[in-house]
Design a protein around this ligand. Structure first.
Ligand code: SAM
Length: 396
């Protein structure tokens, strides 16, 4: 079921993308596009347009001109509920962001994530040791997008220091809303007394035994509101506890929620991703070395793509049309193997010749597409999920 996990198509993505359904025999839309485009391929033809000699502007324009139709083609194959992630460095991030605004719409921007892929920083050249790049994340339609910007991997057990008698871990969160925007004037229905017994910890919405009345207040004594409604408190009294605490204005009685570390718990993803969490340029090279050798200069770590995959359902259809060494397909197979998901990934790469004398050429890879194919074949053999290799017949 759900196989093959990987499909590889050789060709120029601009030629392949509009016919992708026909080539793969599956016309359904993609839920997730991840690309890591060449950061400045416009170079060769940039100078031809350069009438006034402003080489830098022209180089950016050429890069944007290369990317524009490809991003339009990507939008056309993206599901209405889907999202696109694009890796980019400092050179083109400004231009790419404007281009993405143009193609997808400014309102579809979900995040500009900083990814610290090179913790030591680039030591070559002058100036700062650049240690990060970016991921621009856009929805096809932010109102319908199913992306869940959270992860189970970032949940830290140490944030849950308390243990219940049955061994479950939890932490105390104030039941009052600590956000000053919410107060009796803005959230009237959440301003009501509760009764609690700091001796037993019991909490109810009506008086009982030795319980004292507790009103929601901010640290400075001003009235606040609760986060839970009366019916919710009545429904889950076991998840609340009344305690005597030391406040800045002396001892007081307050009510807390027991926030459980339950299986499958997720935590919102921050917009800075660290190499120790998602891998680094060095670990990416090592991963590829293990499969094929050192045959590609700038692979991405599978951990980065796996974190991206984790934001979408586990049956997502994934597309990478600048596949390079095949990291995205590798990550999809690893993630399916790890969580039993049925993601499928289509990778596209052109038959760009490898540099004569490079490790890749010496290892017998004549084109980058040969490298992509070789890695995905090795992944199918070792991780599983198979590999489909439909041929994109040249047009015309
Ligand atoms: C920065 S690399 C991607 C690296 C990849 N993320 C990885 O982890 O290995 C960009 C890739 O895009 C490919 N490429 C450039 N122009 C292309 C085009 N028009 N169609 C398809 N692939 C293209 C290049 O051959 C190169 O492998």
């Amino acid at each position: 079921m759900g196989e093959p996990w990987n499909t590889f198509v050789e060709g120029d993505n601009l030629d392949v993308l509009p016919r992708l359904g026909e080539i793969t025999g599956d016309g359904s839309a993609y839920d997730l596009v991840y690309i890591d485009p060449p950061y400045n391929t416009g170079n060769d033809f940039a100078y031809r347009d350069d009438i006034r000699g402003d080489a830098t502007t022209s180089r950016h324009q050429a890069w944007v001109a290369m990317m524009r139709p490809r991003l339009h083609a990507a939008r056309d194959v993206l599901a209405e509920t889907g999202a696109i992630f694009v890796s980019i460095d400092d050179n083109e991030v400004t231009h790419l962001r404007l281009l993405m605004d143009e193609v997808f719409g400014e309102r579809q921007l979900l995040a500009q994530v900083v990814v610290g892929l090179n913790p030591k920083g680039r030591q070559l050249g002058r100036g700062f040791a650049t240690s990060h790049e970016y991921l621009l994340v856009y929805a096809r339609d932010a109102r319908r997008c199913v992306l869940d910007a959270s992860s189970a991997d970032t949940v830290d057990e140490r944030d849950f220091p308390l243990t219940a008698p049955d061994g479950r871990r939890y932490r105390h969160l104030p039941l009052r809303n600590t956000n000053k925007k919410f107060n009796p004037a803005t959230a009237r229905t959440l301003y009501f007394p509760v009764w609690g017994d700091p001796g037993t910890g019991e909490v109810r919405t009506a008086p009982f035994g030795d319980a004292v009345e507790v009103m929601p207040v901010f640290g400075d004594g001003r009235p606040a509101v609760w986060r839970w409604s009366r019916p919710l408190i009545d429904e889950r009294p076991g998840d609340l506890v009344c305690r005597r605490i030391k406040g800045v204005r002396g001892d007081r009685v307050d009510v807390f929620q027991r926030d459980w570390l339950h299986p499958g718990r997720r935590k919102k993803l921050p917009t800075i991703w660290l190499a120790e969490e998602v891998g680094s340029t060095d670990t990416a090279v090592a991963e590829l070395k293990e499969v094929l050798g050192h045959v590609f200069e700038s692979p991405k770590p599978t951990g980065l793509v796996r974190r991206i995959l984790g934001t979408m359902p586990d049956d997502a259809r994934v597309l990478d049309f600048f596949a390079g060494s095949g990291t995205t397909g590798h990550a999809v197979a690893l993630q399916n193997a790890a969580d039993g998901g049925s993601r499928r990934c289509t990778s596209i790469n052109s038959a760009e010749p490898t540099r004569p004398g490079s490790n890749a050429a010496l290892a017998g890879y004549a084109t980058v597409a040969d490298i992509t194919r070789a890695r995905l074949r090795a992944v199918a053999a070792t991780v599983g999920g198979g590999l489909d290799e439909p041929v994109a017949e040249p047009v015309g």
